[in-house]
Ligand binder design. Structure first.
Ligand SMILES: [Zn+2]
Length: 326
């Protein structure tokens, strides 16, 4: 098992709105604000990147009156107009809660320099919903794209695509993957957003060589009811924890819950994740931190003399490091 670097994660008061209002992120850190569903705002000293932002109500409008309600259970935590700078948006697949036409139209209009990383298999869809061709960076599994200024390490930011299976590994006629995850490498750290996926044979092996410090994994699970109605599923909380353990990823931030009533994580799964936020003998080594809209997370390499929250029960955390788990 490949052992990752020593990293720490701190919960900082203030959601994405406060995050972008601040003086920016410090060198050597990655700040992560949850946008709800699979969405994250990723901010470093050199970059502001959004992953799968669903910052509208477009699905509720699209599916009003249908069997499953797409009314949001949580508010839009920040508007695109409130974000002063966006360098790139990463979309893992074409489903509207990940590649939302309404949100992306706002980004396109407000942020003329922003680039869009999308699965090459969905390039036509990306263009059809209005993304400007000259700003789209199509990518397939196994390929990388650099979003940094070349040679300006550590402020380079490299995105590498990993195949995802939602719930199967679907490919287009050119054998390109329709569902992707992304590994973001910057500031000497590596964060893996899996996109929507189950744990498929070979995924752990693919990830094992990437020295991932933090995994952002969907935990809404899957069941016959959703499958029979054409709603593909994702991994369960237990599967997400097991994947991190198998790969040697020390930190897990679960997502894809709490947005739509019919397609969220079970209370038992959220409890399982909360218990993986506290150290207890015999339990998995991975620490899970549930995100919320009132805090953001700061990931950085652990320096000697610093406390290490990933080894401490939430109740013992100091007040300046508010634990995410209630
Ligand atoms: Zn999804």
């Amino acid at each position: 098992m490949l052992t990752s670097r020593e990293v720490r994660i701190d919960s900082v008061a203030g959601g994405p709105r406060e995050m972008v209002r601040g003086a920016g992120s410090t060198d050597g850190a990655i700040d992560l604000g949850w946008l709800g569903q699979a969405g994250f705002l990723v901010q470093t000293a050199g970059h502001v990147v959004l992953i799968d932002p669903y910052l509208s109500d477009s699905l509720a409008k699209k599916y009003r009156g249908r069997e499953f309600s797409y009314e949001r259970l949580m508010p839009v935590p920040i508007g695109i107009a409130e974000i002063g700078r966006i360098d790139a948006v990463l979309c893992t697949h074409r489903h509207s809660d990940h590649m939302d036409p309404e949100t992306l139209a706002a980004v396109t209009a407000r942020h003329p320099a922003c680039r869009f990383v999308v699965p090459a298999a969905e390039l036509n869809h990306a263009l059809a919903i209005g993304l400007p061709a000259e700003r789209v960076l199509p990518i397939d599994a196994g390929q990388s794209v650099s979003l940094g200024e070349e040679g300006r390490a550590p402020h380079d930011l490299v995105v590498t695509a990993v195949a995802a299976a939602h719930e199967t590994l679907e490919r287009d006629d050119s054998h390109r993957h329709r569902f992707l995850g992304y590994v973001i490498e910057t500031e000497g750290l590596a964060v893996y957003h899996s996109g929507d996926t189950v744990v498929y044979p070979g995924l752990a092996e693919k990830l094992a060589g990437l020295a991932i410090d933090l995994a952002l994994l969907p935990v809404n699970g899957r069941d016959a009811q959703r499958t029979s109605r054409g709603v593909p599923g994702n991994m369960t909380a237990d599967e997400a924890l097991r994947l991190c353990n198998a790969v040697g990823i020390p930190l897990l931030v679960p997502h894809h819950f709490g947005m739509f009533a019919f397609n969220t994580a079970s209370p038992a799964d959220l409890d399982l994740l909360r218990s993986a936020g506290r150290s207890s003998p015999g339990r998995a080594a991975v620490r899970a931190v549930l995100p919320d809209l009132d805090h953001h997370l700061r990931l950085q390499a652990r320096q000697s003399g610093q406390s290490d929250l990933k080894r401490r029960p939430a109740a013992e955390s100091s007040s300046d490091h508010v634990p995410m788990t209630p």
